[in-house]
Write a protein that binds this ligand. Structure first.
Ligand code: UT7
Length: 326
């Protein structure tokens, strides 16, 4: 028995933050942002009281509506995020409360940009074990909550958004077929948030020092990401005897168009087999991969082999092979 994706949902807020807007906020320009990252605009969740759970709720509801089921039928919700509504309780608990998923248990998973891959792999195992029949996995991040909009090296990249899938048992060989997941905690020095955790609780000093924002050393992260994403995707193909001809789509984390191009080239895939929407949403961290699936859903055919691939904070990275089932 495998865990098939039986419904998809996605959500991005309406408010757009364009490169032209950023030109007025920091010392940057549209040409630099486009050529160095591929981003043209990002979506921002504005409004008091709006949080990551509010990105997840429409995703959860779209999934249930498309599948024709009620939230009460969901067994488990996993939310991959690094921008939870609160340190505790888990965003998954809050989402279940907001949508009326009264029979679901759930939890958040923290693996930054690889969060969706970690979570879909975990969710698939719950299905494969036979214990649960309907597991929703959502990748969601309100990155605008942790971006310093005076730091031109990070504010140009990130945006807000969420996407998710419903996993159900399948007996015809469709769904999540293999995952190769990696982590290396020594990479934390290059990409992290300095304060707000138990290491350095929030204080007037941490706020004044802007330590509640993303800290990223772009160049080393770029270097590790190019190698990590390409290596793990190639290794996943090799151990499953997949060649570039077998792959219908690469579904890459949308961190930087140059990282995506390098991964596709290593896998021997032409650009028409690569999902890219970074120009419209930027890097939504755990949201990027399911948002690609959501945008491309109408083009996916039963039996298509997809390779989902990511690299991000932790460091965490990985690749997942999905055979599309509907
Ligand atoms: O998803 C989580 C994982 N994160 C990633 O995968 C991100 C990986 N890193 C990257 O995508 C890239 O490193 C960045 C997009 C963050 C930066 O691009 P880069 O090509 O590595 O630029 P750089 O840091 O080497 O900077 C090149 C130049 C510098 O100027 P000098 O020293 O050459 O005069 C920067 O100060 O570009 C300058 N610069 C900018 N110029 C205009 C940096 N940011 C900007 C900007 N606008 N926004």
């Amino acid at each position: 028995m495998t865990a098939a994706i039986t419904a998809l949902g996605g959500f991005v807020p309406e408010d757009r933050l364009t490169n032209a807007d950023l030109e007025k906020m920091v010392d940057t320009n549209d040409e630099w942002i486009r050529t160095r990252t591929g981003v043209e605009e990002r979506r921002i969740l504005r409004g008091a009281g709006k949080a990551t759970s509010d990105l997840c709720v429409p995703v959860f509801q779209e999934i249930c509506n498309k599948r024709g089921i009620s939230p009460e039928e969901i067994d488990c919700l996993i939310v991959a995020t690094v921008t939870p509504d609160m340190t505790f309780p888990a965003t998954a608990n809050i989402v279940c409360d907001k949508v009326g998923a009264i029979n679901a248990w759930g939890f958040d998973m923290s693996a930054a940009c690889s969060g969706f891959l970690y979570a879909i792999t975990t969710g698939a195992m719950y299905i494969e074990s036979g214990r649960y029949k309907k597991v929703i996995v959502i990748g969601a991040d309100k990155m605008s909550a942790i971006v310093d909009y005076s730091d031109r090296t990070t504010c140009i990249i990130f945006g807000d958004g969420a996407g998710g899938v419903l996993l159900e048992p399948n007996y015809e060989g469709y769904g999540v077929l293999d995952s190769l997941l990696k982590s290396d905690g020594s990479g934390r020095t290059h990409l992290h948030m300095k304060a707000g955790g138990s290491l350095k609780p929030a204080s007037q000093e941490t706020v004044a020092a802007k330590e509640h924002f993303i800290y990223q050393e772009g160049q080393p992260v770029f270097k590790f990401a190019v190698k990590g994403m390409a290596d793990v995707s190639a290794a996943l193909m090799e151990r499953n005897n997949l060649t570039s001809n077998d792959i219908a789509w690469l579904v890459p984390h949308q961190a930087n168009k140059r990282i995506i191009d390098a991964t596709a080239s290593r896998m021997g895939l032409s650009a028409d087999k690569v999902m890219v929407n970074i120009q419209r949403y930027g890097n939504t961290t755990a949201g990027t991969i399911p948002l690609c699936l959501w945008d491309w859903e109408s083009q996916l055919k039963k039996g298509d082999n997809l390779v989902l691939s990511a690299f991000g904070g932790g460091f965490t990275w990985g690749a997942t092979w999905v055979k599309w089932g509907h």
